[in-house]
Structure formats: C-alpha cells, structure tokens
Design a protein around this ligand. Structure first.
Ligand SMILES: Nc1nc2c(c(=O)[nH]1)N[C@H]1C(S)=C(S)[C@@H](COP(=O)(O)OP(=O)(O)OC[C@H]3O[C@@H](n4cnc5c(=O)[nH]c(N)nc54)[C@H](O)[C@@H]3O)O[C@H]1N2
Ligand SMILES: Nc1nc2c(c(=O)[nH]1)N[C@H]1C(S)=C(S)[C@@H](COP(=O)(O)OP(=O)(O)OC[C@H]3O[C@@H](n4cnc5c(=O)[nH]c(N)nc54)[C@H](O)[C@@H]3O)O[C@H]1N2
Ligand SMILES: [Mo]
Length: 698
C-alpha cells in the first residue's frame, strides 16, 4: 500500500488483506519509495550524437526510432528487427509490444528475460503435464507436511514465501524441510537435512529417490494407473521399463555422482515417501542448467509417483523469479514461438484467432518461431539483426558470456526504455527512453500461482517519463500502424482486448476484468466467469475446466492431453556442459543476495540497501582458502575459459568445498564475463549455475 503526500510516494506498507504476503514486505519493497526518486532516475529522452548520449525531446527521439526501424524493415526485412522485453513489465505492456512486433512489423524476433529464468520450468510443465504453470498454489504451503527446496535460496530470494514456510513449521513442528543446494544459505535455518551436492550433478540423485520410493512401496499405484504414463523422452515406455531404467540409480551410484552420502539419500527419499503431503519448490539452481527441463521433469516424477499432487498440501511448485514472468510473458505469449493465451505461432488456427483480435491479415504473423534470446543477441553480432527495442531489462549485464555478446549491442541500432540511466545497456544505446516506474503506472501482474493482480497508479511519472505502453503506441503510430492501437486509451482497454485472447483457453481470465481485479487481491485462473472464485488446483474437480465425464472417476485429468495423463520421464543423468578438470578445478556458480535485485539499477538507488551489501565478492570455502593461501578480504582473480575477474575473497563456510559463489549484482564487476552461454537444448536457457574456473591470489 502506497502512502502519497503532495503527489509524492511518502511511505509503503504491506496489505494485511493480501492473501499471499499477509501484509509482509521484503526489504527491497520497503525501499521502493526511495528508489522512485533515486539519483539515477532518468527524466528525459537521450539520443547518441557524435558518440555521446545527449538530452533530446520526445519528438526527436521517437521520430528517430520510427525512421530507423522503418528503414531497417524496408531494406533488410522485418526479421532484421527485434524486441527484447521482461518479466517485470505489466501484461498490458507486453501485449502491446507483441501486437506491434508480431502482428504489425511482422517479426517473431520477440523475446524476454524469462528465457534466462523460467524457460526450463515452462519446458518441464509442458512436457510433463501438457500445460504450462503449476497445478497447485501457495495455499498448499499451509498444509504440507514436508518441503523439498531444491536449487532455491528461498530465504533471500522469496523472503515473503520463506516467512510463510517458517510459520508453517512453527505451527506444526513435525513439518520437515529437505534442502538440496551446493551452498549453505540462510534458507538452511529451517533445514532438517541438507544435501550439499556438487553443482550440476543432481539428476542421478532425483532418480535414486524415485527408485527408493518405488522399492519401498511409497507409490500411489491407483493414481499411476489412472493418470500417469511413461516415456524415455523419445517414445512411450512401460512402468516396468521405467523401473528397469532406475535400477542403476542406487543410492551409492547417485551419492558418488552428487558428492553426498548414500545414507542421506535414502533418508531423504523416506522422508518424502512418508509425508502425507509434500510441496517441492525450486528456482534457478534447477532451471539455469543445460539439463534444466530434465531436472524439472525429474521433480515432477516424484510427485506423480506418490500422487502428491492436485490436493491441498501437495504440489510441485516452481517459484517464479520476476513479478510478471508468468503473466505477461508465459500467458501473454512474450517469447519468439508464442502468441497470447498459451498459443503458438506455428499453429495456423492460433495465428488466425490472434490475427482476428489484432485486426490484421493472418499473413502478418509469421508461422516460424523467431530467434530465442541467445540466438537473437548472437544475430546482433553477425548484423543479421540490425535494430532492437529493449524494454525493462538490462541484458548488457544479465546475459552470460558477455565478451561474446557486447560487441553486437555496439553495432546495432539499440533503443532502450528504462527508468534509470546509466545502466550497462543504456550506456550502449543509440536512444534511451525514460519509462514510468512502479507506482507511476497501472497494470496487471501474474505470479507463480496463476494469480493475476491489479496494480493501481499512485502518482504521476517523474520528469518527462512515460508509460511503456504509451511509448510503444507512439512508435506504432509513427511507423504507420496507429489504427489498431487507437482504441487503447487506458491500460484497462488493453487488458480488455487481452482477455479476449484468454477466452476458452486453459488460462481463461474472462472472469477477471479490472472492475473485479480492483476489488479483490488477485484471481487465479482458470476464472471463466465473473462469479467464479478462481482455481486453487488445476486438473481436479475444483477446476471449472475439469471434464467430469471423460475423467470417469479419476482424481486428476490432465485435460490438455487427450488421454488425460501426465508423463514420468526416464531422462539420462547428464552433468554440466563444462565439468571441472585439472586446469579449471573449481565449479563456478552465481546467484543473489537478499538486499539486491539483479543488475542493481534499482536497489543501487537506496542507500540503506547499498550499505547493507556494498561491495562485490566471491565466497570461498575455508578449506580451499587455506590450500591456496587466500585470506579473508584478499583480492583474488577468477578465470574461466571466457574471461577473468578480480574480486574480494569472502572466506566462509557456505559454498561446498571446490565451488565458488559470486553474487552477480555489481556492474563494476561483471560476473557474466565468466559464465558460460551453453543452453538447454529444449528451453534454450543458459547454464548460469555451473561452469569451470580457476582462482588465485592476485
Ligand atoms: N533478493 C533477491 N531476490 C530475488 C531476485 C534478486 O535479484 N534478488 N531475483 C528474482 C528472480 S528473477 C529469480 S529468478 C529468483 C532466483 O531465486 P533463486 O534461484 O533462489 O536464487 P539464486 O541465488 O540465483 O540461486 C539459488 C541457488 O541455486 C543453487 N545452485 C547452484 N547450482 C545448483 C545445482 O546444480 N543444483 C541445485 N540443486 N542448486 C544449485 C545456488 O547455490 C543458489 O543457492 O529470485 C527472485 N528474487
Ligand atoms: N550470472 C547470472 N546472470 C543472470 C542470472 C543469474 O542467476 N546469474 N539470472 C538471470 C535471471 S533469472 C534473470 S530474471 C535476469 C534478469 O536480468 P535483467 O532483467 O537484465 O535485470 P534487472 O536488473 O531486473 O533489469 C530490469 C531493468 O528494468 C528497469 N526498469 C524497472 N522498472 C521499469 C519499468 O517500469 N519500465 C522500464 N522500461 N524499465 C524498468 C530497471 O531499471 C532495470 O534496468 O538475469 C539473468 N542473468
Ligand atoms: Mo529470474
């Protein structure tokens, strides 16, 4: 809740009636009122002249962008243009951009940073359940007997959810927590057992747990019979084939791979099996891997085998990183192969449905997916893509293997809409557009649990800043596509058109117009009518789309598939793309701290947050430090096959010996000079979480 005084945000407090956070805020949220007025807030457009970014009027900036984009399209075709967006923009903003680029300019080179984040989770949900996004919801947290947190530093990255986990344990001390992570993090405070694995080697571990669940009789055979089928990734296999596949994944085998004890693996499997209800939550330790999709599949396997799914207290719940990765990008179709409403560009019927709503000839929408994020930035280096519009994201810091991709951003005509300047990306831009920030605009966000929430506008934008949607429509007008955007007078108008794309889809939001969203604290789809309360568990009887007749008494029916069955996968246990070796003996991993947000363009504006964690560093285990003669606060050099970086050493018993951890927030020390750009073949998500490195005292 935003306190406004004299047209300025004066204070922030949590909303006690909000069913998710129950009035609790995270420390970054508490400082938003400082961030709005931060020292780097961008108040007017900038244009590059003679190599330098100079102040310009909106008219100068927008006519330049429109002229350049039109020229590029005319000379080189629509696919020489691209859009790169964000899971932090509103659904309305992504919808307008999608309509402009895919429907009018005519390119599917349309991506967003969820590719770096949630793509593997999407791949996992699609391949296992035939439909993106979780079955259950946060409500399950309050009823679970066991939590498996894998590759998630929940306490620092989802502190409000973490508080709810702690509350669950306080209420019922029998509730247990299993943590699987190569680091000891503050999340461990509630751990009953921590498997401190080698980064990148947890696939065998998941199979070993599944094997024990079957061998020791923890499976729900009726559920498996009704609602589950098996696959080796290429073809259907039988339950027996799957059991045979699992044979080699003994606790001892998995223990050797993952670098933990076999006894602990057995213990974890039994804890999972014995718990009446279990919730698994994971984030980037699972997704940001070349086997991210497979890891997601293997998590779902455990819930499908035991039937711990689709009932209060059980779910395999992928935690989402950004506030609107689920809403704007996954549901809104903000990736190169998607269209709004969980549709695909490759599907002729889907193209036709969307072309009709967009009022464009269906030929405008290309049937071929555009370039995924890493391919798109590579195409800037080869000059295949010559112009790009970047909105609400800072790729010049957040992409992996930056030495390879930065030159492309220098060559192309780059337009960046951001609320702050300088950022690593605005520094490379030809035109920088000042965007209205949080509290200065209205819109809808869709979070982890399929919930769409309306955010009202509280104050006017600072300086000459404008709403992103407004800027995009200005561009549409200047490029000659104004007609189909004219009826968008407010974000609500945009939302109303977007709702048409959700009607009759599995993510039906027809029952969630602004009039209703303004009154409630969000609604979980499917919510097909205005008198529907929203859905806690999909694919079950409480889901309005549940096909009772077809289901014939089955508890769950995965209705995006004709047979209603979810898939258990026998995926090979592959390790990381770049394993450690004698030359690069350390496993290098990157992540976050509580007080900072990604590239720090925002949290860097709040002095209290900067004071809390002022400087970049690398975490090194005391045993490793002793061997290498490194003391706390020494300057060390980390080298990977892609670059090197000097950082202050923090000697601490957090990373597993043999691993290095770097929070990647600081622009003056770009951790992404070191990371690898190998991608998951299915999700195209980069393996930020594991590569090989050397470290030595400088
Ligand atoms: N404070 C803060 N909170 C945030 C953000 C932020 O920038 N700052 N960003 C938001 C966003 S967009 C996201 S995506 C989330 C990210 O949330 P998290 O994924 O929880 O955060 P990370 O620190 O990136 O990584 C989590 C853990 O993955 C572990 N890990 C590394 N390799 C492996 C592996 O091979 N296997 C397993 N099991 N674990 C491994 C790391 O040790 C690390 O502790 O946070 C969101 N919340
Ligand atoms: N090494 C390493 N790299 C990573 C990761 C990792 O774990 N390790 N994680 C990856 C993940 S999960 C993610 S999600 C990405 C995040 O990477 P980015 O999206 O690049 O990081 P942010 O700092 O969140 O960038 C958001 C930008 O939007 C601006 N902004 C804020 N509000 C608005 C607005 O309303 N309008 C506009 N136009 N701009 C606005 C902010 O000032 C900021 O510059 O990073 C990825 N990169
Ligand atoms: Mo993310």
């Amino acid at each position: 809740m935003v306190g406004v005084k004299n047209g300025r945000v004066a204070a922030i407090k949590g909303d006690k009636e909000n069913t998710i956070n129950r009035g609790l805020l995270c420390v970054k949220g508490f400082y938003l009122h400082k961030i709005v007025y931060g020292k780097d807030r961008l108040l007017h457009p900038l244009i590059r002249k003679n190599g330098k970014l100079e102040k310009a009027t909106w008219d100068e900036a927008m006519s330049l962008v429109a002229r350049k984009f039109s020229e590029i399209k005319e000379k080189h075709g629509a696919d020489a243009l691209a859009f790169y967006g964000s899971g932090q923009g509103t659904t309305e903003e992504t919808y307008i951009a999608n309509k402009l680029f895919k429907g009018h300019i005519g390119t599917n080179n349309f991506e967003g940073n969820p590719r770096l984040c949630m793509a593997s989770a999407v791949g996992g949900y699609l391949t296992t359940f035939g439909a993106d996004e979780p079955v259950g919801s946060y409500d399950d947290i309050d009823h679970a007997d066991l939590f498996l947190l894998i590759g998630s530093n929940t306490s620092e990255c989802h502190p409000v959810i973490y508080d709810r986990l702690v509350a669950r344990k306080k209420k019922d001390p029998r509730v247990k927590f299993i943590i699987i992570d190569p680091r000891k993090t503050p999340t461990n405070k509630i751990a009953d057992i921590h498997l401190q694995i080698l980064p990148g080697y947890d696939l065998a571990l998941m199979h070993a747990i599944a094997r024990i669940l079957i061998k020791e009789g923890y499976t729900d055979e009726q559920f498996i019979k009704d609602s589950v089928k098996f696959s080796d990734g290429k073809k259907a296999i039988s339950y027996d084939d799957y059991k045979k596949f699992l044979e080699k994944f003994t606790p001892e085998f998995a223990a050797k791979q993952a670098g933990v004890s076999a006894k602990d693996i057995v213990k974890v499997a039994r804890m999972f099996g014995e718990a009446p209800n279990a919730v698994t939550m994971w984030t980037m330790g699972v997704n940001q891997r070349t086997r991210g999709v497979w890891m997601n599949n293997l998590i779902h396997n455990l819930h499908l085998l035991t039937g711990k799914l689709g009932r209060l207290g059980s779910d395999s719940l992928s935690l989402t990183g950004q506030p609107n990765a689920c809403g704007g990008v996954r549901e809104g179709g903000g990736l190169c192969h998607l269209l709004p409403g969980h549709r695909k560009v490759a599907n002729p019927k889907h193209r036709e449905e969307i072309a009709k709503i967009w009022n464009v000839p269906v030929e405008n929408i290309q049937p071929k997916p555009g370039k995924h994020t890493m391919a798109m930035f590579e195409a800037l280096t080869t000059e295949e893509i010559k112009g790009i519009y970047i909105m609400c994201t800072n790729p010049a810091q957040s992409l992996p293997h930056l030495n390879k991709y930065l030159p492309g951003m220098k060559k192309a005509f780059v337009v960046v809409a951001d609320a702050f300047h300088p950022t690593e990306t605005t520094k490379l831009a030809d035109v920088v557009l000042p965007a209205a920030f949080w509290s200065e605009k209205e819109g809808v966000y869709g979070c982890t649990e399929r919930r769409s929430q309306h955010m009202p506008k509280s104050i006017d934008p600072q300086g000459e800043a404008r709403w992103d949607g407004d800027i995009l429509m200005d561009l549409a007008r200047r490029m000659g596509y104004g007609k189909n955007f004219e009826h968008f007078k407010t974000p609500e108008d945009v939302w109303n058109e977007y709702l048409l794309t959700t009607k009759g889809r599995d993510m039906d939001l027809t029952g969630a117009p602004y009039s209703r969203l303004r009154e409630v604290r969000g609604l979980r789809w499917p919510v097909p009518t205005e008198d529907h309360p929203g859905t806690r568990h999909r694919f079950t009887e409480e889901d309005p789309l549940f096909p009772k007749e077809k289901a014939k008494g089955r508890r769950m029916f995965f209705y995006n598939r004709p047979d209603g069955k979810a898939t258990i996968y026998a995926r090979p246990a592959k390790g990381p793309e770049e394993p450690t070796d004698s030359e690069y003996p350390f496993a290098f991993t990157t992540g976050r701290v509580l007080e900072h947000w990604h590239t720090m363009t925002m949290t860097g504006q709040a002095p209290a947050l900067v004071r809390a964690v002022p400087k970049p560093y690398v975490e090194i285990h005391p045993d490793d430090a002793r061997k290498l003669g490194i003391a706390d606060k020494d300057e060390v050099r980390i080298t990977t096959r892609r670059g090197e970086l000097d950082l202050m050493a923090r000697i601490i018993d957090r990373p597993r010996p043999g691993t290095l951890f770097v929070p990647w927030h600081w622009a003056e020390k770009l951790a992404n000079l070191l990371t690898i750009d190998a991608i998951d073949p299915g999700s195209k998500e980069p393996e930020y979480k594991v590569c090989a490195a050397q470290v030595r005292k400088v």
